[in-house]
Design a protein around this ligand. Structure first.
Ligand code: ADE
Length: 226
């Protein structure tokens, strides 16, 4: 998979890709993540990528030209499955959406900033919009990092235990069961006996019961989903 992330604040998004699972996925050659500074595509003297809104009002608007110039160059090298604008107005990120995106080959994530992008970018240059939740961030960078993380960890080979992404919360509309590690007893707080029993079938049954019970208690609406 190849992901291009377009931003006017590249520093805001570099660190999630230089550590842990996202770093390892790149080192293994399973994904390439390219963070692109939109200012490189600015056409004016000061390399600005934003301007005042027509009609007035507070807040700057990201200009179409640097974004279009950048997308034109990228599209001349690759065919993209989706050009995604990170926006609180977009389709809400969910596990099924992350699963769907993890099957794509080439993605662009465009990060908005300030008041957002010139509407013509949304009308003519992107293919979809994704939101990470009903709240407004100061830019799309953190949202793009969330999307990239949720997607990249699903690519086969990225997680060392191949099955672990499948047993995540939400993959089966259930919250994950509790997990424990050593010591088996700490300050009198004990790990459930069944997990120490070595009886794999009973352990799986216990985990499933716990997942169901937790989901019923915390997120009952998940159990109504098809
Ligand atoms: N940009 C600002 N807020 C956002 C959100 N909630 N999701 C995605 N992108 C955003």
């Amino acid at each position: 998979m190849h992901i291009d992330i377009l931003t006017c604040l590249p520093k805001l998004i570099e660190s999630p890709f230089s550590d842990s699972i996202l770093k390892r996925a790149q080192a293994k050659g399973l994904v390439t993540v390219n963070i692109i500074d939109l200012r490189q595509y600015a056409t004016n003297k000061h390399r600005t990528t934003d301007d005042y809104a027509f009609g007035g009002g507070a807040g700057m608007v990201m200009m179409i030209e640097p974004i279009d110039n950048c997308l034109t160059e990228l599209k001349s090298k690759r065919t993209y499955d989706d050009i995604i604008y990170m926006s609180p107005d977009g389709q809400r990120l969910s596990q099924p959406l992350a699963n769907e995106l993890s099957l794509k080959k080439n993605l662009i994530l465009l990060c908005g900033h300030y008041k957002g992008v010139d509407e013509r970018v949304r009308e003519h240059l992107i293919t979809r919009e994704i939101s990470i939740g009903d709240y407004v961030l100061s830019g799309g960078e953190l949202a793009a990092a969330v999307v990239a993380d949720a997607v990249v960890r699903l690519i086969p080979g990225v997680l060392s235990d191949e099955t672990s992404a499948l047993s995540d919360s939400f993959q089966d509309n259930l919250i994950a069961p509790p997990v424990y590690t050593r010591p088996a007893e700490y300050k009198g707080w004990k790990v459930p006996d069944v997990l120490l029993s070595g009886h794999q079938a009973r352990i799986e049954e216990w985990r499933h019961d716990q997942a169901l019970e937790r989901t019923q208690k915390r997120r009952p609406e998940l159990l109504q989903k098809p």
